[in-house]
Design a protein around this ligand. Structure first.
Ligand SMILES: NC(=O)C1=CN([C@@H]2O[C@H](COP(=O)(O)OP(=O)(O)OC[C@H]3O[C@@H](n4cnc5c(N)ncnc54)[C@H](O)[C@@H]3O)[C@@H](O)[C@H]2O)C=CC1
Ligand SMILES: O=C(O)C(=O)Cc1ccc(O)cc1
Length: 307
């Protein structure tokens, strides 16, 4: 795979940045990858494990001369960091991000950027419940979606170059507008995370009654919830505050359906339950047939790696 960028700067050295680094190295996609982390401890760990060709102690040093700068930080701090890097960006550079929410991140970042750089927001639909500099791996983006969310006036050449980088890292790239992205993600990722957090919280409350049985006899479904509910609290706090409208819209619909199912159980309405579960089973089968389920053994792909 030919080199796509001469110099890439990764801001925030957690799961996504470290996976990007290993994936870029695997594909020979960048001449030099420099990294910046806010805490001295993370910078130290990065240096120890060989994460990044060079780890910088300041944001200014990391972004100067970078052809691509990727913000790999929680969505709540994107605007503040954009303001800090703005005076140090190289003319013609591309600025991107990996945030799980797009409209709010664009609103935070765009006003700070000078006219002589290109802003190309993006979001990889790939992750795990792990975080930090040691949690990344080169295969994270293989066969996963990467959504590019162009803003008004986004340069097609800069977009094409970023697309080539993500394709080199194994992702399938599509473009989507910000509002649509945020609604789709509220359904497929944000609301499900909140439901998992809630279910694990409920079980934790019950634990006082049932002692350790909730953990001891956890069935697979609940274990999946606990995996998701172990995700980084800062990242997810920011996601919900940042994608407020779409998440509340989906949670409103969720609550209505939940009440309907609750009523069906109370009234012994088996037909309602059976019809509902038949419909949802068809959705699961559709996902598998479309080849979008990475846990399905039929497709010969590994599931989400657990570390
Ligand atoms: N974890 C996941 O599964 C996925 C996460 N994302 C998005 O990627 C971004 C990064 O997430 P992860 O890599 O998982 O997080 P992480 O928690 O592993 O790493 C985030 C890094 O940002 C740093 N950071 C926090 N505040 C900062 C600030 N003010 N200035 C500089 N650095 C700061 C943290 O110290 C940490 O090193 C988030 O916006 C998240 O929404 C996107 C797809 C999947
Ligand atoms: O670990 C999981 O199940 C995930 O859902 C990973 C994930 C988390 C956040 C994103 O914005 C995209 C993917």
């Amino acid at each position: 795979m030919p080199q796509v960028y001469e110099r890439v700067a990764l801001i925030g050295l957690g799961l996504i940045a470290s996976s990007m680094f290993w994936a870029m190295k695997r594909g020979g996609l960048a001449g030099e990858v420099v990294g910046y982390a806010r805490s001295a401890e993370t910078r130290e760990t990065a240096r120890e494990i060989g994460l990044c060709d060079r780890v910088c102690d300041t944001l200014a040093e990391a972004v100067e001369d970078a052809d691509l700068v990727v913000l790999c930080i929680p969505v709540g701090v994107m605007g503040a960091v954009a303001a800090q890097i703005a005076p140090h960006l190289k003319a013609g550079a591309t600025i991107s991000d990996v945030g799980s929410v797009k409209a709010d991140v664009i609103a935070q970042v765009a006003p700070h950027l000078p006219d002589n750089v290109h802003f190309v927001p993006a979001h990889p639909l790939a992750g795990t419940e792990h975080s930090g500099p040691a949690s990344g791996f080169a295969e994270l983006f293989d066969n996963r979606w990467l959504l590019i969310v162009p803003t008004e006036g986004t340069d097609p050449a800069a977009t094409a170059q970023l697309r080539a980088l993500w394709e080199g890292m194994g992702a399938n790239v599509e473009e989507m507008d910000a509002e649509h992205h945020d609604l789709v993600l509220a359904v497929t990722s944000h609301a499900p995370h909140l439901i998992a957090y809630t279910m694990v919280g409920v079980a934790d409350d019950l634990r006082r009654v049932t002692d350790t049985e909730v953990i001891k006899y956890s069935a697979a479904g609940f274990r999946d919830f606990t995996r998701i509910a172990a995700s980084d609290p800062t990242m997810w706090r920011d996601v919900f505050l940042s994608n407020k409208e779409a998440t509340l819209e989906i949670l409103g619909r969720f609550t209505e359906e939940l009440f309907a199912l609750q009523r069906a159980i109370r009234q012994g309405d088996g037909d309602h339950l059976h019809d509902y579960f038949t419909r949802t089973r068809a959705i699961r089968r559709g996902i598998i047939e479309a080849g979008q389920d990475t846990d399905a053994p039929d497709f010969g792909r590994g599931g989400e790696r657990s570390k």
